[in-house]
Design a protein around this ligand. Sequence first.
Ligand code: UFG
Length: 341
Amino acid sequence: MKILVTGGTGYIGSHTVVELLNENFEVVIADNLSNSNAEVVDKIEEITAKKVHFEKTDLSCPTATAELFQKHGGFDGVIHFAAFKAVGESVKEPLKYYHNNIFSLINLMNEMEKYKTQFLVFSSSCTVYGQPEELPVTENAAIQKALSPYGNTKQIAEEIITDYCLSNPNFNAILLRYFNPIGAHPSAKIGELPIGVPQNLIPYITQTAIGKREKLSVFGNDYSTPDGTCIRDYIHVVDLAQAHLAAMRRIAEQKNEENIETFNIGTGNGFSVLEIINSFEKVSNQKLPYEFAPRREGDIEKVWANTTLANEKLKWKAKLSLDEMLLSAWNWEKNINKNNE
Ligand code: UFG
């Protein structure tokens, strides 16, 4: 089976490509390298001892997308990761986000229609739930008005795919709503590579521990949570990558009950920022300098997933513990710095 992985040199994409190659899928990566680099392709090949085709393609350009499909004679399925994802930047440059994230999807789906591609697995986000009224949050929870243009692109993309599936009963899509992906491949050859100052918690922690940042600011300690800090459902990126294979299997085996289905992809456990710091200090055997700072605008107080649907229907479950996730993130940080010395 030939799978197109858009954004395949990015953080989640690269880990998913590794899992696909390990299962002997033929993989073509399309990425414009706007937030990643081509060396990731070599690392993927080192880890798997398999070949992967790489195309530097800008999917927001219809001609480039058409050429990609033409060159490969279409694909059996597409896993679509390619998107801009910085919440703060999206507020400052909304058009950049709408242009890239929405046009890419439409161009891709146009070509998928032409080439009769069987399925799409789409990267969505728990951001669509905002602050849910009930926790753990299920897939049926109300979608809340997006807090950023980034979040809105995820909601709009879900709607576009849903409408398309309604009008095309032969097309299949699975929307995966990711919770907070963290950690790195056990080989420490691929992982998250934030450009500039990290906006997300785990890379900020590992960069502080390695000495690149002075101290972590914990955004808010007066939330209505047991220790006052925000709670998230952190999931290891390899567990998350494997959920994509489970989704593809469900479609390939025609076990999907509707031609569009949505699944929460998390562990089902919520951890506070302070719990993350404690676990990190334990696995890395170091003290992490941090201070409490004001709340960050737009942060959700607490969210974690009800994963029953994914566990039962996708026959998939996250396996790695929080300590294992943080240890892999720490090993990755140490490895990047060793290579840069
Ligand atoms: N945090 C800090 N200090 C930091 C960075 C983060 O205290 O320096 C806290 C945040 O306030 C939050 C938690 O750590 O409570 C997690 O923050 P992240 O930025 O790591 O993750 P978010 O939950 O804010 O965002 C993630 C993804 C988004 C996605 C969102 C969906 O990065 O792409 O989940 O809820 F939209």
